[in-house]
Write a protein that binds this ligand. Structure first.
Ligand SMILES: Nc1ncnc2c1ncn2[C@@H]1O[C@H](COP(=O)(O)OP(=O)(O)O)[C@@H](O)[C@H]1O
Ligand SMILES: [Mg+2]
Length: 367
C-alpha cells in the first residue's frame, strides 16, 4: 500500500538534516503542529534557533513542495526561534525573510485541541483529562489543560493548586502543575451561577476568557468538557476550536447510551471522535487474581464498535485513586507503577498516534 500523504510529508522532513544537531529536523523536534489535509494543504511551525543555518528553512520548504500530492501554494511554514522572543517577525537576527513568516498579528497557536467528553458525570472524565495531560507533559510536550466544566470545575483541586491565576499586562497567566499549564472556568465563575447559564452566555464568556489567557505555544491543548450533550457543551466545543474528541465511558450500558448521544453532538459540528476510553473497568485483585467488575464489562468496546472508532484503552478501577486525586496527585505521577497509571500512559501514547494520523487544520486563535 502506498504511504499516505502525511507519511510522505513526514518522510521528506525526516530526510533534511540539521548539521548542528547531527539529526534530521523531524527527530530533532524542530517541526511542530504539522498538519496535512487530504487535499494537499500543509502547515507547520518550524523552530529555528539562532545557531541553526538559516538555509534550513529553504531546504525544508523545497522538500515538502516536492512531495507528490502537496499543493505548493497551500504550504504554510511559520518560523519561530525557540529560545528567542515569541514573535519572530522582528528582533535580531530573526529568521530568514523567505516569505513564509507569521502573519502581522501573532496567532496564538494552541496545537492540537482535543476535547475530553462524556455523556454523564462521574465516569472519570476529569481524572482521564488530568492524567493524559500529565503523561504527555512528562514526555516533553507542551500541554495545556482547560477545565471547561463550569458545573463542576475540579481540575485545580486534582492538581493541588488553589491560588488565583496572576494577571500580567492584562493577560491571565495559566498556573503550572506537574508540567501542565492549566486554567479553569472555576477561577472565573461561582459554581452555583453556572448552573443557570445558557449556552450562548457561556460561549461569550469562554471566548473572551480564552483570548485573555496567555497560554504560550502548546503542542496539545486538552479541554475537559462538562458532562452532557446540550448547548453548553456545543458552545464550548466551538469556542475552544476543538478539533477532535475523546469520549470517556464506564463499562456500563447506561453510560454507553449517553456517550452515543455525545458522539452525535460532535458529528453535528464536524468534530471527529478519535477514540473511546473505558474507565472504571474491572479491578483484578493482585492477591487472588479475582476480577471485580463493579460496572459491568465491555461497554467501551461496544461503543467503539458502534462509532467505528478505536478503543484507546481501558483504565481499571484503582483503589486509592480518589484519595490521591483529592490530595492533588495525578496517579500517573504519584503511582506510575499502578495498573491504572500504566493504562493511562499507554492511552496517552495511543492518543498521540490517533491524533497524528488525523488530517486536521492547524487550529489558531487570533487575539
Ligand atoms: N479508574 C478509577 N478508579 C478509581 N477511582 C476513580 C477512577 N477514575 C475516577 N475515579 C474517581 O471517581 C470520581 C469521579 O471521577 P471524575 O474524574 O471526577 O469524573 P467526572 O469528571 O467524569 O465527573 C473521582 O473521585 C475519581 O477520583
Ligand atoms: Mg469532572
Amino acid at each position: 500500500m502506498p504511504d499516505s500523504l502525511p507519511a510522505r510529508v513526514a518522510a521528506a522532513l525526516g530526510r533534511i538534516r540539521n548539521p548542528r544537531l547531527d539529526n534530521d529536523v523531524l527527530s530533532a523536534g524542530m517541526v511542530r503542529d504539522l498538519t496535512v489535509t487530504e487535499d494537499g494543504k500543509v502547515s507547520f511551525t518550524f523552530l529555528l534557533s539562532r545557531e541553526d543555518p538559516a538555509t534550513l528553512v529553504r531546504e525544508v520548504r523545497a522538500a515538502v513542495r516536492a512531495v507528490d500530492g502537496v499543493k505548493p501554494a497551500e504550504l504554510r511554514i511559520s518560523v519561530t526561534d525557540p529560545g528567542g522572543p515569541a514573535k519572530s517577525s522582528h528582533g535580531p537576527p530573526g529568521p530568514p525573510p523567505d516569505g513564509s513568516g507569521p502573519a502581522a498579528v501573532e496567532p496564538l497557536v494552541l496545537g492540537q485541541i482535543i476535547a475530553i467528553s462524556s455523556g454523564k458525570g462521574g465516569v472519570g472524565k476529569s481524572s482521564v483529562s488530568v492524567n493524559l495531560a500529565v503523561a504527555l507533559a512528562s514526555q516533553g510536550y507542551r500541554v495545556g489543560l482547560m477545565d471547561g466544566d463550569v458545573y463542576g470545575p475540579n481540575i485545580p483541586r486534582m492538581f493541588g493548586v488553589f491560588e488565583k491565576p496572576p494577571v500580567t499586562q492584562g493577560r491571565i497567566q495559566p498556573l503550572t502543575a506537574w508540567g501542565v499549564r492549566l486554567m479553569s472556568l472555576g477561577f472565573l465563575v461561582e459554581r452555583d451561577a453556572a448552573a443557570i447559564w445558557r449556552g450562548p452566555i457561556i460561549m461569550k464568556i469562554v471566548n473572551q476568557f480564552l483570548r485573555d489567557v496567555d497560554w504560550g505555544p502548546l503542542d496539545y491543548f486538552l479541554v475537559d468538557l462538562p458532562p452532557g450533550t446540550g448547548d453548553a457543551q456545543l458552545s464550548l466545543v466551538q469556542s475552544c476550536q476543538v478539533r477532535c474528541a475523546v469520549i470517556v465511558t464506564t463499562p456500563q450500558e447506561m453510560a454507553v447510551g449517553d456517550a452515543l448521544r455525545g458522539a452525535k453532538m460532535f458529528e453535528k459540528v464536524g468534530v471527529p471522535v478519535i477514540g473511546i476510553v473505558e474507565n472504571m473497568s474491572a479491578w483484578v485483585d493482585p492477591a487472588t487474581g479475582q476480577r471485580l467488575e463493579l460496572f459491568g464489562a465491555g461497554g467501551g468496546q461496544r461503543l467503539a464498535d458502534e462509532l467505528k472508532v478505536p478503543l484507546l484503552g481501558t483504565v481499571p478501577l484503582q483503589p486509592g485513586m480518589a484519595n490521591l486525586a483529592d490530595q492533588g496527585k495525578p496517579i500517573v505521577a504519584a503511582e506510575p507503577e499502578s495498573p491504572a497509571a500504566r493504562s493511562l500512559v499507554a492511552i496517552a501514547a495511543r492518543l498521540l498516534k490517533e491524533v497524528g494520523t488525523r488530517t486536521v487544520q492547524l487550529p489558531i486563535l487570533n487575539n
